[in-house]
Design a protein around this ligand. Structure first.
Ligand SMILES: Cc1ncc(COP(=O)(O)O)c(C=O)c1O
Length: 401
């Protein structure tokens, strides 16, 4: 089995020399400029090797037999994720993506007519759909917290909106359609002060910046594997704080989440695995643990510092172009850089860049409908950088534009 001795590697700095190693671990860097890390990042070699190794074993000796052989390595995921988030392994569930992780948390609440959910204007589209579905089903009221002048959640307004009807505060830490980083810690402080459960969609933040659940004060947090963590597609994680675990009743239970005791009784397990399925993407689970260890080996502070440096450089370069308007909001801006062009629509820019082997994506508002409608936006080009990108790639990108 692979033993990646990564934890003592030198930390990544904002110095191009230090990035040789992650670029070597990312062979695609030789052929493409990948600025679609908020879509799906490039897996580093240790992660792809782990995936191949696991699948190859399944083909050679059998799926159940491989799971037995790799039992300790599969369990390692919970320890690595706990290290990443600064929580307990028993507070982690492995699921198939961030949306399902978030759903398992959200649909565990038993909302009553008149209860309120407070959320952000830049909330992720699937989450808004779930709120609206619950509003239809149970009469819960969905209330959007206004933005402040910087486009982030107005925490002063949030404080004033708290009353005894508020049963959940639920926001996206880094929304999908721009560089905005919401003030998650201040929101957590308000949630704790009033004893209101706090669900954080950390799909774009985990792997990009340090995200520690105690520092933030969230009770539930959802993660995807394939974006800034550089893990495989089809993997995700849910964090559930121990103190809230007992109160939540998962929307689905199977015989991994619960034990069938008699024809009329079952007992739900006590740890966060009650939010999991018995059948899982085991190769992905194994490789996601490797991806988390890989991120930890660079250090999340160093990763954030490098990503923020690259994104600032990109924004500055773009703002020198007459044709381009950078559209990122927020006081703190992350590695997601979004912009419009006066002369071309976002799809045609994406296609032209693809011809030059540069990957970007288009945010068409489906992921951030409420915010896009409020801002009068239809489509943005989204160029999202990671620590393995370089200043030279940014210059090349800007030249192409
Ligand atoms: C903020 C946010 N939340 C949730 C998701 C959904 O993640 P997944 O596709 O892993 O379910 C995304 C995906 O882009 C996202 O940006």
């Amino acid at each position: 089995m692979i033993n990646y001795q990564l934890l003592n590697e030198p930390k990544l700095k904002n110095n191009p020399v230090d990035i040789n190693r992650p670029r070597k671990d990312t062979p695609a860097c030789e052929n493409i400029i990948h600025f679609n890390n908020a879509g799906a990042s490039l897996m580093p070699l240790p992660v792809t090797k782990a995936l191949h190794e696991y699948l190859e074993s399944e083909a050679r000796i059998g799926g159940y037999e491989t799971a037995d052989l790799y039992a300790d390595s599969l369990d390692r995921l919970y320890v690595s994720a706990a290290q990443l988030l600064n929580c307990q392994p028993g507070e982690i569930a492995f699921v198939e993506n961030a949306t399902r992780a978030w759903d398992m948390a959200f649909y565990s609440f038993n909302f009553k007519p008149g209860d309120k959910i407070l959320t952000a204007v830049a909330e992720y589209g699937s989450n808004v759909i779930a709120y609206l579905q619950q509003a239809k089903r149970s009469g819960v009221e969905v209330v959007f917290i206004p933005n402040d002048g910087h486009g982030q959640v107005d925490t002063g307004a949030l404080s004033k909106m708290i009353d005894n009807k508020v049963k959940l505060i639920s926001i996206s830490h880094i929304p999908t359609g721009g560089g905005l980083v919401n003030p998650a810690i201040e929101i957590g402080r308000i949630a704790r002060q009033h004893g209101i459960p706090y669900l954080l969609d950390a799909c774009q933040s985990v792997g990009q910046i340090p995200v520690e659940v105690d520092a933030i004060g969230c009770d539930l947090l959802s993660i995807t594997g394939r974006k800034y963590l550089r893990g495989p597609r089809g993997t995700g994680l849910l964090y559930v704080r121990n103190t809230i675990l007992n109160e939540l009743d998962p929307p689905f239970l199977d015989q991994h989440a619960a034990d069938l005791i008699s024809p009329t009784e079952y007992k739900v397990r006590e740890d966060a695995k009650k939010f999991e399925n018995w059948e899982q993407f085991f190769a992905g689970k194994y490789a996601l643990a490797v991806a988390i260890d890989y991120a930890l080996s660079w250090g999340l502070d160093s990763i954030q510092q490098r990503i923020y440096g690259l994104a600032d450089y990109l924004r500055n370069q773009l703002s020198d172009l007459d044709d381009i308007t950078v559209t990122d909001e927020g006081i703190e801006k992350c590695g997601i850089v979004t912009f419009t062009s006066r002369s071309r629509d976002a799809d045609s820019i994406k296609n032209l860049l693809a011809e030059k082997k540069i990957n970007v994506s288009v945010s068409d508002g489906s992921g951030s409908l409420v915010s896009f409608q409020q801002r009068g936006l239809k489509q943005l080009v989204r160029a999202s950088v990671h620590y393995f990108n370089t200043e030279a790639e940014i210059e090349n990108f800007v030249n192409c534009l």
